[in-house]
Each structure stands twice: as C-alpha cells, then as structure tokens.
Design a binder for this molecule. Structure first.
Ligand SMILES: *Cc1c(COP(=O)(O)O)cnc(C)c1O
Length: 715
C-alpha cells in the first residue's frame, strides 16, 4: 500500500473516484473542497494498492481517499473542511479489515511525515453512503479515538417518516392564506440570492448572534460551480418580499438543507412551514433522506429547540453526528490492525524486534543519523555518555563498553587474572544450565569452569551448591541471573565468596534493570557483564556489551585490555584484544535506555497474566519472586514433560515459542572435554523448558490467547 499527498494534477482522478465510491457525494468533490482551500491547508491523501505490482501507481489501483486539512500550530489534522463532513472514502469492494490497514497507513503518514499529534475526525454520515458502513469508525476506535463532540441534526427518512404534525400543516395553510408563495431561485438570479442573504444575516444576527459561514458572494460562486447541486427556495409575501428561505445541497440520495431562516413576518404566518412542507412532502419525495443539517448557531452549543421541533413536525428524527479525537501515538497505531483472524486465531511472535524498534521512531533513526554525521565512529561522545548513563542506572562507579556480552565476561576474568595473578586452570564456579557464553568466557580467560546445578524453582544457583564445589583453586563464582531473574541467594553467595577470598562476577546479560534489595543486577557482586544483543531487554541494533564495576582499577584494566592493551596510542601495556561498541550502537542504546523500566514493567504485566491464567497440571510455572522487582522476565520459562508436542501445538495455533536451551552446555560437542559431575537437574531443564512469548509490545489479549491454548493442551 502506498500513500501519497493530494496534488492538483490528481483532481480528475479524485472526482471520478468520489463519484464511484461508497460515499459518492459532491460535498467531497475537489471543486467543492478546493473552493474552501484558501481557509485551510490541504493535507488530503490518496491510497494506492500496489502490493502485487511494483510498477508505477496506476489510477486503477487507487483504493481510498482521505480529505483533510492541516492546522500546523495545533499539530492537528482535520478530516473535514470545517464546514461539512469528511473521513475515509473507499472503493465499494474494500473490506473492513482492509479499511483497518488503510486507516493505519493514513494515520502513520500523518504522524511520521507531517509530525501531527492529533486527528479530529468528523465522519461522513451514513446517509451519504451507498453501502452503510462504519468501518472507518471501527478503525478509529482500534487506534484509540475518543468521542470529542456530538452534534444533533434532524434527518427525515423519506420511506419511513414520522407522522406529520397537524399544527405544522395548519401553519403552512395559514401562510398560503396570507398570500405567501414559494419560488425557486432561477440560475444566476443574483438579486434573489442577495435579498435572501440579507434576511438570513439579519435573522442570524438578531436571534443567534451569528453570521452565515458563507458570504453571499461565496454562495453565488458555489452555485455557479454546482448549478445542479445547490438550490435556493424562498417564500415571498404579497409584496414579493422574501420572508423565508432555505438552501438545499442535492446529492444522489440526500437533500441536505442549509441556511434556514425566517424573518419576523414569515415566522408569524408560518412561511417556513410552507417551505418545509413543500420540500418534505413534494419536492424531494424521490430522495432517500432529507438531512436538515447540524445547527451551528451559538457555536452549536445551544440547540435551537424550536427549529428541531419544527423539523420533527415534518417527520424528521433527531440523529447525532459525532466528532472523534485521536491522539496519534505510534505504539498504538502500530497495533491497531492486529486483529484476531477467523476463529480467534492470532499470530503471536516470540519477540517482534522490528515492531519494538519501530516504536522508538523517529528518535531511533535520528540518533543514528546524529552519530553518523558527527564524524566520530569509535570512542566518541555517544560512548562516553552512554557509559555515564548506564553506570548511573546500574549504580556502579564505572561502566566500560565493549563489543558484546561474551567479551564483557571474558574481559572481567582476564583483568582479574592479571590483577590477582590467577593461574591457568584456576577455577570459576558457574551454573551448569547457563547459556554457553558464560562458560566460554571462563575458558577464554584460561580458567576452568566448574559446573553446579541450579534450583528447580527459579533456575538459579544457591550458595550451598557453590560451597560443595569449592576447592583450593576456586577463584571466582559467576552468578548468572538467568531468564531475567536475580539470583535470590546472591547475599549468601557474596558472603561465601568473602570468606573464601573469591570474586563474584555477575553474568547480567539477561537481567537489565532487575533489582535485589534495592540494588540493580550488575551491582550485586564485584563486577558484571552485560550484553546488548538485539533481543535482550535493552538491545542495540547489532552487538554491544558492557562491563560495570565499582572497582576503578579493574575498570581501567578492562578498558585498556579491550583496546589492544593500550591506554595510549601505539603503547601496549598488556596483550589485549579489540572489543568496542561503535558510536551508532551507543546512540541507539541511549534512546532506548529511558524506556527500559517501563518495558520491564510491561513484561511483568504479561508474566502476571501467565501466572494467574495458566492452569494446566501438565505445566510447571516458574516461581513468582517475593519481590517482583527481582525479575525482568527476559523470558517466561515454563516446563512440560511433553515440551516438544506442546511447542508444535502452539506453533500450529500461531504462537511462537523458543527453548532456552535445547542442549545443555556440557552436552555440546564443543565442551565434550569438560569434566563435570552428573547434572540431572540441568539435563531435565533442557529437556522440559519452553519459553513463552513475552515482550514490551505484547498485548494482554495475546497473552490471554496463549493462556487459553495452553489450558486446552492435553497429551
Ligand atoms: C546473551 C548472553 C550472553 C552473551 O551475550 P553476547 O552479547 O551475545 O555475546 C552471555 N550470557 C548470557 C546468559 C546471555 O543470555
């Protein structure tokens, strides 16, 4: 689908489309709209369906029009001309779900290209549609529109009118007895128009403290452009003076009455009744509706009760025309077209990274552009500022960016090795069920991973297990806050480490923002490694990682080691590596960090829905932490003995899950040489674990869909 702004050379195409559309009224004709264009900045759109041909946009592929004006200082798009109605105009063949997508495109266009923050929408009344439909309103509601105002009009259904009141008929008769007569203004009879306009202006000024929207000159011009569509009917008295009148806009099915007025004499003797009886009872019998229009007198705030009463006296009914206000929030717009397909089937991605990153636009792209245009690509301002912001967030004195999470962990261990004189084969205790990166980092630093079993409640290790694994070669404990959950025994683990002069390194790659007793993950041990892999809770658009620590000397060595072992150019103090975060990634992270807490909060909401909703004896849920801040739900892990069948069942219903992880590290070919105890718990986790979809953009409805599927799952 492609959206283009209207331009004058599309006038013919526009008019033809309006005529053939579901809502073909001349009020949406370009001639009519352009006539008003000097008062408004036109931001009308044309929507083309070019999905299956990549060639030029042909007029045949036009599927919708959106007439609208733009008021820059209000940052607001009005879907109407301020005078009449507006809203989406579509081809008759367009379906409701297509309307949703079309509206989404249009709204995104206004938000992205115009920088609009609000849309005011006054829908075309259903009486103007050949096919009754309120599909555009449905789309608006899905985008979060609120009712802004409600205007009362009176509409007469010609086939099914209310009973005409005798009082009105009697008054009409009286008018005839007084010698009043009806006259239709002949084409070009400007004198007639001007005389009536004087009456109209006087009446509005006297009774309603208002002025007609159009001046007589403007009406004359409009009438000359639409001789077939705009008519003036007047009532004259015995002296041939105009005492009352009505302007009618004729469309195919509807006579749209405007500018009703009756001077004092006309009021006294029922001139308007005479006119309305003629219009309703004779003149427009062939129309489907007679629309008496919205009363805009007194700004439309005070209804002209007398007038409504009179119109009802001729068989009309009060109907409401509504105006909607829509705040153009990108997040909401992105989701508005996600409808459950037939049978309630939904598509629930595991983690929709594209949508997540799009929800940071346009700031995300702007930040990258800023980085690119700065001319600094490494070790620049973005790096410096993000390190500052990240260390402030985590609460540590230092943060050192590097290339990825694996490097962060490796650099910590290598730096400690240098500072503390650890030897090849010195041991680091690490949970056996971690992602392989934790173990590879230990190996990379020339140390020996000692695998310990986790708790089956929260999949994290306990101090007691670590104690059993202690030897005189143990130098460090690597705690992994797996699945986004802080290792709850971290207090005992740091105490154990202290007693035995060990270092506690946190692998915080899955736990951005998690908190234990008021301290963030990453500030619970001696040093921590973070990964900003795209799928993490705080993710870059590529690779990045970070070391955080309160230890200034450690930070210095890590920084030096990550830069070829050099703190001064071409002077190498140690054998380092090349591990950096580029400026573009740092800039991206700076845009995304301020929303991290809110995103984690949303993950907690989804997790809580799963916890409350999933009730299937075959499913083992994770333990809800005593303090919910302890977990940021990087993944939502459940266990099921029939895991593979469950995964297939969910996939067939559109729910995408992952396994963290299918093969335990000690079962990997790469680590087949690793010594270890039997690890039955770890083995079991890898056989049974399944991660359900969870993300900052996932909706509660999505979660409920997943829950209902899981609850229906049987062996
Ligand atoms: C992602 C991850 C890493 C490694 O991060 P990279 O940036 O991919 O190198 C390390 N440990 C754990 C637990 C992880 O989830």
């Amino acid at each position: 689908m492609t959206v283009l702004p209207y331009s004058v050379n599309k006038r013919e195409v526009w008019n033809r489309f309006v005529e053939e559309s579901k809502q073909g009224t001349f009020l949406l004709d370009r001639n009519f709209m352009d006539y008003h264009a000097d008062r408004f900045f036109d931001c009308s759109l044309l929507v083309y369906n070019d999905d299956n041909n990549d060639a030029e946009l042909s007029d045949d592929s036009l599927i919708a029009l959106f007439p609208a004006n733009w008021v820059e200082k209000e940052k607001t798009v009005y879907s109407h001309q301020g005078l009449t109605y507006g809203g989406l105009i579509t081809k008759a063949s367009i379906t409701q779900s297509e309307v949703l997508k079309i509206m989404q495109k249009i709204l995104m266009y206004y938000a992205d290209y115009l920088g609009a923050s609000t849309l005011m929408y006054r829908a075309i009344p259903y009486i103007y549609s050949k096919v009754p439909s309120q599909e555009d309103l449905y789309a608006l509601f899905r985008a979060g529109a609120q009712l802004e105002g409600r205007a009362v009009a009176t509409v007469l259904s010609v086939a099914n009118p209310l009973i005409m009141r005798t009082l009105r008929v009697r008054k009409a008769k009286k008018a005839l007895e007084c010698g009043f007569y009806i006259e239709r203004m002949r084409e070009g009879d400007e004198a007639c128009l001007r005389e009536y306009w004087q009456v109209l202006e006087d009446v509005l000024a006297t009774y309603h403290d208002a002025k007609p929207v159009h001046s007589a000159d403007e009406m004359a011009l409009l009438m000359s452009r639409f001789p077939k569509n705009i008519r003036l009917f007047v009532v004259r008295d015995t002296n041939a003076r105009i005492v009352s009148g009505i302007v009618v806009f004729e469309t195919e099915n509807v006579a749209h009455i405007q500018y009703i007025a009756s001077a004092a004499e006309g009021r006294k003797y029922g001139a308007l009744d005479l006119l309305l009886r003629h219009i309703c009872g004779e003149k427009y019998r062939d129309k489907e509706f007679i629309d008496f229009g919205i009363s805009t007198e007194n700004g439309g705030h005070v209804l002209n009760e007398g007038l409504i009463f009179q119109k009802e006296g001729f068989g009309g009914r009060a109907v409401c025309y509504d105006v909607y206000r829509l705040e153009l929030k990108r997040n909401r717009l992105l989701k508005m077209a996600d409808v459950a397909p037939e049978g309630g089937r939904r598509n629930v991605p595991f983690l929709d990274l594209k949508a997540i990153n799009e929800s940071f636009e346009p700031e995300l792209s702007n930040s990258m552009l800023r980085a690119v245009q700065s001319g600094w690509y490494l070790f620049g301002e973005e790096n410096r500022l993000f390190e500052q912001e990240w260390s402030r967030y985590v609460g540590t004195a230092n943060a050192v960016l590097c290339a990825n999470g694996l490097d962060a962990l490796t650099l910590i261990l290598r730096a400690y090795r240098t500072l503390r004189g650890w030897q090849d084969g010195d041991e680091v205790i690490v949970p056996a069920n971690t992602y392989i990166a934790s173990i590879l980092a230990i190996r990379e630093a020339g140390l020996k991973p000692v695998l310990v079993e986790p708790s089956m409640c929260d999949y994290n290790i306990r101090a007691k297990e670590c104690q059993k694994a202690l030897t005189d070669k143990t130098r460090a404990i690597m705690v992994v806050h797996l699945y986004g959950r802080v290792c709850c025994d971290i207090g005992n683990i740091t105490a154990l480490a202290k007693e035995n002069n060990l270092v506690v390194v946190e692998d915080a790659a899955q736990a951005h923002g998690a908190m234990w007793q008021g301290r963030r993950a990453g500030h619970l041990g001696d040093a921590a490694g973070f990964s900003f892999y795209p799928g993490k809770n705080l993710g870059a658009l590529g690779d990045a990682g970070c070391v955080v620590t309160d230890d200034g000397e450690l930070a210095r060595v890590v920084r030096c080691m990550a830069n070829y072992g050099s703190s001064r150019k071409y002077v190498n103090e140690m054998e380092g590596i090349n591990s950096r975060t580029d400026e573009v990634q740092a800039a991206v992270l700076r845009v995304k960090l301020p929303r991290l807490d809110k995103d984690n909060e949303h993950r907690r909401l989804i997790a809580s829905k799963y916890m409350e909703g999933i009730k299937n004896p075959m499913i083992q849920l994770p333990l809800w932490p005593r303090d919910e801040q302890e977990c940021v739900w990087h993944v939502f892990p459940i266990r099921c003995a029939e895991r593979d069948t469950l995964q297939k069942y969910l996939a067939e219903a559109g729910v995408h899950t992952l396994i963290h992880y299918p093969i335990a590290p000690h079962k990997q070919q790469a680590l087949s040489h690793l010594e270890h105890w039997p690890l039955p718990l770890t083995q079991r986790i890898h056989e049974e674990e399944l991660s359900l979809p969870i993300s900052p953009l996932m909706t509660v409805e999505d979660a409920e869909y997943v829950i209902s599927l899981i609850n229906k799952f049987v062996k």
